[in-house]
Design a protein around this ligand. Structure first.
Ligand code: FAD
Length: 110
């Protein structure tokens, strides 16, 4: 089976990069494509326990964890919250989502 940690790091890179290159204002087709991608991703991610928990989180009955797909800002924030949910589950430090763009889109300025 794949190495869950290595797979995770690579996958977060893919997912945050997809958010970083998402349109500033996404049209309906783009939103539908991403919505479909996330749905299938959550079913097919090759760490089954990870996938089950991720699906359950997205499908929370309140609707509060549904992907926010209208804009890059909202989608990037949503992805950061999704990642923080996993961080909490694994006892890792939460990431400050205000730094999301710097980490994944514009680069750290130091
Ligand atoms: P990672 O969590 O992989 O993060 C990589 C980098 O992203 C960090 O170094 C940091 O710079 C940045 N980062 C951290 N948090 C955020 C954030 N909130 N927003 C933006 N950037 C951030 N592993 C399990 O053992 N059990 C699971 O159930 C599980 N579920 C997963 C579900 C999904 C959908 C994915 C993609 C991965 C899952 N993983 C799971 C893997 C886990 O999340 C980590 O990828 C893995 O443990 C390696 O962690 P890491 O500390 O190297 O950093």
């Amino acid at each position: 089976p794949p190495d869950v940690e290595e797979l995770g790091r690579s996958t977060w890179t893919l997912l945050h990069s997809m958010a970083a290159t998402y349109p500033e204002k996404a049209n309906i087709e783009h939103q539908a494509n991403m919505s479909g991608f996330l749905k299938f991703f959550a079913k097919l991610y090759p760490c089954w326990v990870c996938a089950d928990d991720f699906q359950a989180w997205m499908a929370h009955p309140s609707g509060r964890n549904q992907p926010k797909l209208e804009s890059r800002k909202e989608f990037g924030w949503w992805m950061c919250e999704a990642h923080n949910e996993v961080n909490r589950k694994l006892g890792k430090k939460e990431f400050d989502c205000r730094l999301w763009e710097e980490r994944w889109r514009t680069g750290w300025k130091d």
